[in-house]
Design a protein around this ligand. Structure first.
Ligand SMILES: [Zn+2]
Length: 452
């Protein structure tokens, strides 16, 4: 009966073809299908949108998780993951797809930890910032002979050397006086950067992100700012800490210690104590994304190097996911530390762009479009001041515990020494805007239908 075994074999083959192969590399079309699949499985807590297109026209898709997708809810922080900025560093891309499926499934399974996370946080996942580079690298696959094939975008540009150089500006300010936060962009910045970089900059300016990680490969270490050396020679390595150095070290250690082996320090022939490093003390780089986040926005970003092999073999993906899963979740949970609150005027209108300063830490954050602010801090007691032009500043003493953030609201009164007309005429983008407390649809990001 030769027909029966062959029919059986055919059935077996078919079942293998249709069975979900969870741990595989996803080319662009497969990535888009997977994102839509997760969105369709969890439509109430996800939104799929894109932030722009690559040089070759591929959409840069973001999957958002929230209990109210598409809406900034007051006092709920925005957090992001960015993968595959270097097209040939592919593990982050696969881990972020795994994470998306995991968040969706565990939410449906009523996993209390994941429910709490999604109900209290707005999570944005960009699995691939460089889909064109990925396709070039994927043709070679894990056996790539060229170490750098697919690293750059389709114009041959390294996207992690393509952000406006705010470090030089800030080092000038360090010397001659001036801030190290919310540094302005050059007027012609859009023409100076690649389409992928432009899309990401517009995205991070449109949402008040608080925390972020940027996923790479080629080493196993959690890297924190600054990436660019504070020494005059740009290629000299030197520990180049930010005013938030302790906080950044803690954030990096949260990842490395929750990771299966990163914290052990010895990986890929390198040794990093605790599995973390200051960027510039490893090697100095200019125009990187993590320094840009810190110097231009309210967002604190670290860079995660996740695998010795930039393009791991498919068989390694499951082990990598198990090694990173807890770390990816714990890092998201870190957005709930420090202080947060509203900045209002005496009539309870929101004040946007009010400056929140912490005594002893020379790096300010500002209130977002909806008047809420978020300031990540380690446990301790702090003197915190809120300021807005035309208003009297207010200072309070706050104690931050190890768990939930402390809520500190500020109500500022019009300064009598500062006439209303003068305040209104200030301009320069520094004047706080007023608006009623509303829940608004985010205008910068539209729901996108269909993988065009
Ligand atoms: Zn990289």
């Amino acid at each position: 009966m030769p027909g029966i075994p062959s029919a059986f074999l055919l059935l077996l083959l078919l079942s293998r073809l249709v069975a979900p192969v969870t741990f595989r590399h996803h080319r662009y079309d497969d990535l888009v299908r997977t994102l839509y699949k997760v969105h369709n499985q969890c439509p109430d807590i996800t939104r799929l949108y894109h932030i722009g297109r690559s040089v070759k026209g591929r959409y840069l898709y973001v999957l958002e998780f929230s209990d109210h997708p598409g809406i900034h809810e007051l006092l709920e922080p925005e957090v992001k993951y960015v993968g595959n900025m270097h097209g040939n560093e592919v593990l982050g891309r696969e881990l972020l797809l795994q994470l998306s499926e995991f968040l969706c499934e565990e939410f449906r399974n009523r996993n209390q930890r994941i429910l709490r996370l999604i109900q209290g946080t707005r999570i944005h996942i960009l699995p691939s910032m460089n889909p064109d580079g990925y396709e070039v690298a994927a043709v070679q696959g894990p056996n790539a002979s060229g170490y750098l094939v697919g690293r750059n975008n389709a114009n041959g540009v390294d996207l992690n050397r393509n952000f406006p150089d705010l470090n030089t500006y800030f080092y000038y300010n360090e010397k001659y006086g001036g801030p190290n936060h919310h540094l302005p962009l050059p007027d012609n910045w859009k023409s100076q950067v690649e389409p992928e970089t432009r899309a990401v900059i517009q995205w991070i300016r449109s949402l008040n992100f608080v925390l972020s990680a940027n996923l790479h490969g080629g080493a196993v270490v959690a890297n924190y700012p600054y990436d660019k050396s504070l020494l005059r020679s740009p290629h000299r390595t030197s520990n180049s800490p930010t005013p938030d150095d302790q906080l950044f070290q803690t954030l990096a250690k949260v990842y490395s210690y929750a990771h299966g082996w990163m914290h052990q320090g010895w990986n890929c022939g390198d040794y990093f104590p605790d599995g973390i490093t200051n960027g510039a003390s490893w090697y100095s780089l200019s125009k990187g994304m993590q320094d840009f986040n810190y110097l231009h926005t309210n967002c604190f970003e670290i860079t995660l190097e996740l695998s010795c092999n930039k393009f791991p073999r498919q068989e390694e993906l499951q082990r990598e996911w198990l090694g990173n899963r807890e770390a990816l979740i714990q890092f998201l949970e870190q957005v709930h530390r420090g202080i947060k609150g509203m900045v209002l005027d005496e009539n309870s209108n929101n004040l946007t762009g009010a400056v929140i300063s912490v005594s002893g830490i020379n790096h300010d954050v500002t209130s977002g479009e909806h008047g809420d602010y978020f300031r990540l801090l380690l446990p301790g007691t702090y003197i915190v001041t809120a300021k807005a032009p035309g208003y009297d500043p207010k200072t309070v003493t706050v104690t931050v515990g190890p768990a939930e953030p402390t809520q500190v609201n500020f109500q500022l009164s019009r300064s009598t020494a500062y006439p209303a007309q003068k305040a209104a005429g200030r301009g320069q983008g520094s004047r706080p805007k007023q608006s009623r407390i509303t829940r608004k649809k985010d205008p910068a990001t539209k729901r996108h239908r269909g993988p065009a």
